[in-house]
Design a protein around this ligand. Structure first.
Ligand code: UD1
Ligand code: UDP
Length: 377
């Protein structure tokens, strides 16, 4: 049995990874026989820092990569070369990466090149379409090949890995996003964001919208926005709040189609605590985001998924989400059906949670403690 501590390096770079890794970093910091080291690539800057601040995480390493107009190649190059130096210096026993971003894949590859074990958090999600979501489907598949420990959120994700021949080191632990959600949502809550505080959220019905995916940029996002615009025009008691992703390619289309539109409120990205409490106070969520597809059902809010596929079939199968596609007409129809049909809305708004009980981080830490036992002194 080893007597030394396990050095665990968590690597992440974007907002969704940070939100879902934060509860795990906190659990690692508190764990016995583990030294937690955090490296951020800063593939995102402002919206990453906002999460770090919220969870009081101070990274040990910061690659500070974000550039306007960054490409997948430039992010991959930056992570690979930046991580090489960090890994040589910090010598972790295991590197933890999350999900499907370019940071996750490139950091896993960098760890592999140093022959350092990789643990994949939120492993096994698959849309089975290599170009959608792009490049996330390939990022998570390749990360799954590189990893030795796979923390799958659901049985479905475990089955996806098994279909690819990955059966060793796979654990179903739930999704750490539920851990984060449990820490954030309050009955009495005052929003920190000034723009949110100004909105009459207690009056009428509110739709929370987000859309930012690469494969939706351009024409699909334009169609989505047009569908939402028509929907709002058809329901005079409905308002939309849309915290717009900082990506300039997203902003150009969203501002053009939805800017200066009555009852549609475009605001800056909001802190995660505001976001979770906003979901709780909205009627429904329309989104192409992965994380929101998990959070909204856990809070009993139906989801209109603004995509043609989803790697989260659990939510659609349980009747909490409609896969709307990315056409103006289909988005209009999906949103309108939920706003116009009280019985449908009622059926779709029972809180379910296929993503666990909020103890995913604890389970991952226990598995890492067992991993430590396998190390030589
Ligand atoms: C990336 C992830 C995607 C995730 C999304 C979450 C990949 C391939 N994609 O999207 O899986 O759903 O993040 O948000 O890893 N920007 C800022 N400030 C920020 C963040 C972004 O200005 O804090 C702007 C920058 O101009 C940046 C652009 O947004 O160049 C796009 O960021 P990027 O990480 O490349 O976005 P995606 O790849 O679309
Ligand atoms: N989120 C947030 N503020 C915002 C928009 C989103 O805190 O203004 C949170 C949201 O609740 C979820 C995560 O960010 O936890 C989703 O991130 P994003 O949509 O950027 O990426 P995805 O989930 O699509 O990978």
């Amino acid at each position: 049995m080893t007597t030394r501590e396990l050095v665990v390096m968590s690597v992440f770079g974007t907002r969704p990874e940070a939100i879902k890794m934060a509860p795990l970093v906190k659990a690692l910091e508190a764990a016995e026989h583990i030294r937690s080291v955090v490296c951020v690539t800063a593939q995102h800057r402002q919206i990453l820092d906002s999460v770090l601040q919220q969870f009081d995480i101070i990274p040990d390493y910061d690659l500070n990569l974000m550039r306007a107009g960054q490409t997948l190649t430039s992010i991959t190059n930056g992570v690979l070369s930046g991580m090489e130096q960090v890994l040589v210096q910090a010598k972790p026993d295991i590197v933890l990466v999350h999900g499907d971003t370019t940071t996750s894949f490139a950091a896993a590859l960098a760890a592999f090149y140093q022959q350092i074990a990789v643990g994949h958090v939120e492993a096994g999600l698959r849309s089975h379409d290599r170009y959608s979501p792009f490049p996330e489907e390939m990022n998570r598949t390749l990360t799954g090949r590189l990893a030795t420990l796979h923390f799958a959120p659901t049985e479905q994700s475990r089955r996806n890995l098994a279909c690819e021949g990955v059966t060793a080191g796979v654990y179903v632990v739930g999704n750490t996003v539920i851990d984060a959600l449990h820490q954030m949502v309050l009955d009495e809550y005052t929003f920190r964001d000034e723009a949110l505080r100004q909105l009459p959220l207690a009056q009428g019905r509110w739709v929370l919208m987000t859309a930012h995916r690469r494969e939706n940029l351009g024409q699909p996002l334009r169609q989505i926005c047009q569908g939402v615009r028509r929907m709002v025009a058809a329901f005079p008691d409905v308002q939309v709040v849309y915290p717009v992703h900082p990506n300039p390619a997203v902003r150009a289309t969203v501002n053009e189609v939805l800017g200066n539109t009555e009852r549609i409120h475009l605001i800056e990205p909001i802190e995660v605590e505001d976001m979770h409490n906003l979901i709780k106070r909205c009627t429904l969520v329309m989104t192409d985001s992965g994380g929101l597809q998990e959070e909204a059902p856990a809070l009993g809010k139906p989801v209109v998924v603004l995509r043609t596929e989803t790697e989260r079939p659990e939510v659609v199968e349980s009747g909490m989400a409609i896969l709307a596609g990315v056409e103006e007409e289909s988005v209009f129809q999906a949103g309108s059906s939920l706003l116009g049909d009280a019985a449908l809305y009622h059926r779709m708004s029972h809180a379910i949670n296929p993503y666990g009980d909020g103890h995913a981080a604890e389970r991952i830490v226990k598995i890492l403690q067992q991993f430590r036992e396998t190390l030589a002194d």
